[in-house]
Design a protein around this ligand. Structure first.
Ligand SMILES: [Zn+2]
Length: 239
């Protein structure tokens, strides 16, 4: 059973309505799930499920599983997950820089800090710069999403909820681990990116209660900013 936060606010994972409680406990081992007063379904069936079942449903983009984790679950490990995602993203960038690739085309000298390339950067420094670049890219994405949600979404969801949504969907980056372990960071990377985009749109749509189109626009704008805004200023030298 996944740990459920003990707060005054609980939500039906089926319709998103607020519920007075998720279950009633009759003894140490006996509890009864409460039905939603709005839709009539069990407010949160995942209270009795094992975490692995919830995670499988989440990978399959179940709206109920997503609501359970974000709204009813004790999702307090979001900071740790964010650090893991950042480290994995940085390692992927480093692996891509080291992997044999076709000769890149000559660069346009439009970057603000092109002078970085003029220095003879050691492999160790290159490693740290790659991670710094990954961190700044993630930061750009998060900031743009938070700004666009605050401006464009009339429901004005709490910023912490949006942050948790970004982290939860960002866990799709872990799908890259098998490709990184076999030493081929390019392997099915495009598939991971597509799934990452769909997951971001889906989780934002569920958490904020907005249309999928609006969520897609926000994610697309933030992803473009992540890819091009920072690239236009600085890109680490290939190691
Ligand atoms: Zn309901």
């Amino acid at each position: 059973m996944l740990q459920v936060k003990m707060s005054e606010r609980a939500w039906c994972v089926n319709c998103g309505a607020q519920a007075p409680e998720l279950f009633r406990r009759y003894s140490e081992t006996v509890l009864k799930l409460v039905k939603c007063q709005k839709c009539g379904h069990v407010a949160d069936k995942y209270v009795e499920y094992e975490p692995v079942i919830v995670l499988i449903d989440l990978v399959l983009l179940s709206k109920e599983a997503c609501r359970h984790i974000l709204l009813n679950g004790d999702f307090s490990c979001h900071w740790k997950l964010a650090i893991l995602i950042f480290l994995l993203d940085g390692y992927r960038g480093h692996a891509v820089a080291r992997a044999p690739a076709p000769e890149p085309p000559p660069r346009e000298s439009s970057r603000l800090f092109e002078s970085f390339d003029l220095f003879d950067i050691s492999p160790e420094m290159c490693f740290y710069l790659t991670y710094l670049h990954a961190f700044l890219s993630c930061l750009v994405y998060v900031v743009v999403v938070l700004l666009l949600v605050a401006v464009m979404m009339p429901s004005r969801p709490p910023m912490m909820l949006v942050w948790k949504s970004i982290v939860l969907a960002g866990c799709s980056t872990f799908l890259m681990i098998p490709a990184l372990m076999c030493g081929n960071p390019h392997l099915y990377w495009s598939l991971v990116v597509v799934y990452w985009f769909i997951a971001q749109v889906f989780v934002l749509h569920v958490a904020c209660g907005t249309s999928k189109l609006l969520s897609a626009l926000v994610v697309l704008a933030a992803a473009l900013a992540k890819c091009h805004l920072l690239e236009g200023i600085w890109s680490p030298t290939p190691c």
